[in-house]
Design a protein. Structure first.
Ligand code: NAD
Ligand code: IPM
Ligand code: MN
Length: 322
């Protein structure tokens, strides 16, 4: 049976890199059908649509979703990011944001909680526009949400080098940090074979640059995970190489690069499509096509040798497929 894949090119370089991802997936010979969704900033500016409930309903019946990137300077920040991307992650309960870093000899993975934390949108503005205005922006951390994320990280570590590092800021965020740390310690008891460590997020930034070899699986909250994974991309060959899986195990899941719509390079053919291509490989892995996923990953090995325009890099990956 052909896999049914919903494709959202999105904004900026999103459609440019997704075209290369689809090119590579097609070249593998794997059977798939695509349903294209015209969503993102341009669609919003045209008719006000961000993401309606019927579309989400359709997505639940697909096998996977493949996204380029969304967001454009022409739309105020947050409208598309919260209204589309975060709505997608939250409504489909894609609670795991999995970001592997494998380029340039690196081999670690960040498991980022993907439905809570500062992203939950708790807060508001009071007396807006007056000298007495107040803005609050809370962080939601549930035992349920934290525990399922930490368990996922330990399960993953069991199939890797059996090591999990919790990254947080327990020395300052004493409420959420306490919940994360206790949950981590309690889950760890169920995995006696897995070694554990803890880093404050600021120190983790040092080790990402100086000593990333210390990491196997990192588990962290939504906002720390967002920031750390851009750094992860930067230290392991560049943001244009880093893929993401947004997972709800056994349900429709979504695959996208770590990077955004890069309005500064849109239309210049400078966008590296490897992150999108590797996100496609993660999607195929999730769909049970492990052999094909591996062929794509192998074709993307030594990415520094893959140079040229966006389309030329896509062609080179196709040429390297065996
Ligand atoms: P960005 O990731 O789009 O760009 C940051 C820098 O990385 C830029 O200099 C850009 O040129 C470079 N870059 C990104 N992808 C690249 C690639 N494939 N090849 C080469 N260089 C690449 O981050 P930003 O500029 O902060 O955000 C731009 C927009 O994208 C914003 O609207 C933001 O909200 C959105 N965004 C969307 C997603 C997503 O859809 N998943 C992710 C991040 C940011
Ligand atoms: C990412 C992006 C998103 C995030 C934005 C665009 C909402 O930066 O996928 O890393 O913060 O999660
Ligand atoms: Mn990000």
């Amino acid at each position: 049976m052909a896999h049914k894949i919903g494709v959202i090119g999105g904004d900026g370089i999103g459609p440019e890199v997704i075209a290369e991802g689809l090119k590579v997936i097609s070249a593998t010979g794997v059977e798939f059908d695509t349903v294209f969704y015209d969503l993102g900033g341009e669609r919003y500016l045209r008719d006000g649509t961000v993401l309606d409930d019927n579309t989400i309903k359709e997505w639940r019946d697909l096998d996977a979703l493949y996204l380029g990137a969304i967001g454009t300077p022409a739309v105020p920040p947050g409208i598309i990011e919260r209204g589309m991307l975060l709505k997608m992650r939250f409504e489909l309960d894609l609670y795991i944001n999995l970001r592997p870093f494998i380029a340039l000899g690196h081999d670690f993975v960040v498991i980022r909680e993907n439905t809570e934390g500062a992203y939950a949108g708790e807060g508001g503005l009071l007396r807006k526009g007056t000298p007495h205005e107040i803005a609050t922006q809370g962080s939601v951390n549930t035992r349920y949400g934290v525990e399922r994320t930490i368990r996922y990280a330990f399960d993953l570590a069991m199939n890797r080098k059996k090591h999990v590092t919790l990254v947080h800021k327990t020395n300052v965020l004493t409420f959420s940090g306490d919940l994360w740390e206790r949950t981590f310690d309690e889950v760890a008891v169920d995995y006696p074979q897995v070694g554990t460590d803890y880093n404050h997020v600021d120190a983790a930034c040092i080790y990402f640059v100086n000593d990333p070899g210390r990491y196997d699986v990192i588990v962290t909250d939504n906002l720390f995970g967002d920031i750390l994974t851009d750094l992860g991309g930067a230290v392991s060959g560049g943001i244009g190489l880093a893929p993401t899986a947004n997972l709800h195990p056994h349900k429709v899941s979504m695959f996208e690069p770590v990077h955004g719509s890069a309005p500064d390079i849109v239309g210049t053919s400078q966008a590296n499509p490897i992150a999108a291509i590797l996100s496609g490989a993660m999607m195929l892995e999730h769909l049970g096509e492990s052999g094909t996923a591996k062929r794509i990953r192998n074709a993307c090995a030594n990415p520094a040798e893959l140079t040229g325009s966006t389309a030329e890099i896509g062609d080179s990956v196709v040429a390297r497929l065996i």
